[in-house]
Write a protein that binds this ligand. Structure first.
Ligand SMILES: Cc1cc2nc3c(=O)[nH]c(=O)nc-3n(C[C@H](O)[C@H](O)[C@H](O)COP(=O)(O)OP(=O)(O)OC[C@H]3O[C@@H](n4cnc5c(N)ncnc54)[C@H](O)[C@@H]3O)c2cc1C
Length: 246
């Protein structure tokens, strides 16, 4: 049997869907385009997040009393203090983005989930992580979780060069910043993948992700079960949800 299928080792774990009543504990301006908000609350003692690919539902009420639900990556969770940190990629308009900009310590919110985790092994021959600002928290978490000896290539599209940052990672890391979404798509088109079976994880704007999915699966003929491409938002659409999971 010469087919070491990592797909069989990708674990999909369901979690009991929990709603956590939380309050803002801390707000950190990371760089002009990113704000990290740490939430705390007793119910977070039951919080579980097994994968960088997880998401929680942030449920918040705006100043007009309207409720909004948006997806965010659990960037960091400290069980000893029940502190969960989410990082917001700031953009021009949007209920969550607006809320984050105006948030004050003590503000209430509700966090739902994660509903499930897709646990992707780290011991592939190589990893490609790519995306835009909305994917940066997931990519950062993955890089922080990689063990020594992991080979990771990261392609990140950030419109503002001031938002570029150093990642903490034990991985052998090759990092490239791209100033435009076209630049990101082209960089992926030009990639030559290293030998051995790798895993590709990409997330970001829906149209770019559709192009990237085609490049990876049709042009580069990567096996479907070694590629995960997710649309995290769609240009011009509020509260966007990708129709179908890959
Ligand atoms: C699984 C998953 C995990 C995610 N994790 C994160 C995360 O950790 N951090 C994070 O910042 N985002 C993350 N996102 C993306 C986030 O859910 C969306 O960006 C969401 O639309 C933000 O809500 P909003 O209320 O600010 O904007 P919306 O009200 O949804 O949209 C308002 C307008 O803003 C535009 N817009 C939305 N998002 C962006 C963006 N990122 N850049 C530029 N324009 C945008 C829309 O096209 C629309 O025109 C994740 C999405 C998914 C599906």
């Amino acid at each position: 049997m010469n087919q070491p299928s990592f797909a069989r080792r990708i674990q999909r774990v369901r979690h009991e869907l929990l709603r956590h009543e939380v309050r803002v504990r801390d707000i950190q301006a990371i760089s002009p385009g990113f704000l990290a908000i740490t939430f705390t609350g007793e119910s977070l003692s039951a919080f579980v997040s097994l994968s960088f690919d997880d998401h929680v539902k942030l449920i918040l009420t705006d100043s007009a009393g309207l409720t909004h639900r948006r997806d965010f990556t659990p960037l960091r969770f400290k069980p000893e203090s029940n502190e969960l940190t989410l990082e917001f990629a700031l953009h021009e308009a949007g209920a969550a983005c607006q809320w984050a900009r105006q948030a004050k310590v003590g503000d209430p919110a509700v966090i739902g989930g994660p509903r499930g985790s897709m646990v992707i092994p780290t011991d592939y021959a190589w990893h490609l992580l790519a995306g835009d600002a909305s994917a940066l928290p997931a990519i950062q978490r993955r890089l922080e979780e990689f063990p020594e000896g992991t080979h990771a290539q990261v392609l990140l599209h950030l419109p503002l060069s001031q938002d570029e940052r150093n990642f903490r990672s034990k991985a052998d890391l090759q990092l490239q910043w791209l100033a435009t979404s076209e630049g990101l798509v082209n960089a992926i088109r030009q990639l030559q993948f290293p030998p051995g079976e790798g895993f590709v994880w990409c997330a970001g704007e829906a149209t770019s992700m559709a192009q990237i999915r085609d490049i990876l699966l049709l042009d580069k003929q990567l096996a479907r079960d070694t590629v995960r491409v997710s649309a995290y938002w769609k240009s011009g659409a509020a509260d966007f949800h990708e129709a179908k999971e890959q």
